[in-house]
Design a protein around this ligand. Sequence first.
Ligand SMILES: C[S@@+](CC[C@H](N)C(=O)[O-])C[C@H]1O[C@@H](n2cnc3c(N)ncnc32)[C@H](O)[C@@H]1O
Ligand SMILES: [Zn+2]
Length: 289
Amino acid sequence: MNSLPTAKAGDDAGIAAIADLLICPGCSSSLAIGSTSIDCKKCGASYPLNDGIALLAIRGTSETWGKPQANEQSTSYQAEYQRVDRAAAYNLSYRQRLLKRQSTQREFQLIKQHVERVGRSRIILDLPCGGSRLTPAFAYAAELVIEADIAHGQLLFGRAESSVATPRVWMTASAFHIPLRDNGVDGTICVRLSHHLPTAAERERLLTELLRVSRRFVIMTFFDHYSLKNLLRRLRGPFNRLPPKMTMTTARVAEFAREHGARLIAAPPLSRIGSGHRYALIAKDQGIV
Ligand SMILES: C[S@@+](CC[C@H](N)C(=O)[O-])C[C@H]1O[C@@H](n2cnc3c(N)ncnc32)[C@H](O)[C@@H]1O
Ligand SMILES: [Zn+2]
């Protein structure tokens, strides 16, 4: 796909729908929404509005939050789906390949199971939304969905190719600098990002930001260090020279949640054999059990 897909206007709520939640990703101050840009009242940063998509992403990793730069970071991964043809290839592979289609079905089940446990939401943030592959699994349980990804190409693809009945707002955003107020959304869904983050500093920054903006819950996937898939990869490592996976343990996710006043409620595996991903439900709201 070389030309840009055009937006389907149907469910587009427009960025003004979340005007009172937006903050500057650079300095956390209030933002003023104009006709072509969104401007920070304090630091003067100006973020373009491109065909209804707010471009609020700050690129970069630990150097952008004052931690030393590590040798290996996720910087290049942030650039991977900026182009819509790259985003299209990623998303179409999930539609066309049988194993990926089956995996998506199971992911729908796991998300629905968690969403039904937390009950109805006013606003759910989907970050990173990619091409909105998973949105139908939770959009029915919210009044408004915020679709956000660091890659503009993913948003263009998702806006053109997906549709749900729930109104949506579209913005580029880094999960390391989410441009939303503390507790601004009811919950956040963060699927298939943490295992692309090579350092513990990045993974923990991600979880800190998700918990900061979410008032009640976070659903986040991580690649389980003790999964069969990772065990086999570690055993084969010396022979096939594949790099180790970027993993977390369930115990570390639970401990991290506790350190932030939240609880790990459940972390079912996507598959015991074929995948190492787990779908963690982390609750801040004491009413979620
Ligand atoms: C494997 S895709 C998953 C997308 C979607 N959740 C899904 O499961 O289909 C990971 C996405 O993370 C985005 N991404 C990479 N680094 C990011 C960051 N720091 N903040 C937000 N999104 C990021 C990429 O552009 C990509 O769309
Ligand atoms: Zn600012």
